[in-house]
Write a protein of this length. Sequence first.
Length: 159
Amino acid sequence: MIVREYQADDLKEMIAIWNEVVEDGIAFPQVETLDQTSGEAFFGEQTYCGVAEEEGNVIGLYILHPNNVGRCGHICNASYAVSSACRGRHIGEKLVKDCLVQAKRLGFGILQFNAVVESNIHARHLYERLGFVQLGTIPKGFRMKDGHYENICPYYHEL
């Protein structure tokens, strides 16, 4: 498996993986899925998109972009998605590690996650193992697919 910058011919698989996480309704704030047109625009407007590729297939991805502007423009944000068929194989860890490298290369100084769902234990353990620091807890900050609210935990990592 390799992690590399996305290419236009990766979009169909990227959109499918992204939509799978959106439809799960337990990790991403988005509620609308992507189609080919909106997917091209969404991934195209990111500062950087990385994909995990195995045997010619995209099995995971991340997006990286500024978290804010101006005096806070040195802080970036990222989101990660791994195909459900490939979870549990440390693909997310490889994506996060590559993202840290790319963010620093692009001149960012901090990588911040705004809304890690508190019950997303696997992601939280990964982030903490990689040196991310939890900033606190926002009570009921995330509406789950079934309508109930869960706490979110912002994290940051200095690059």
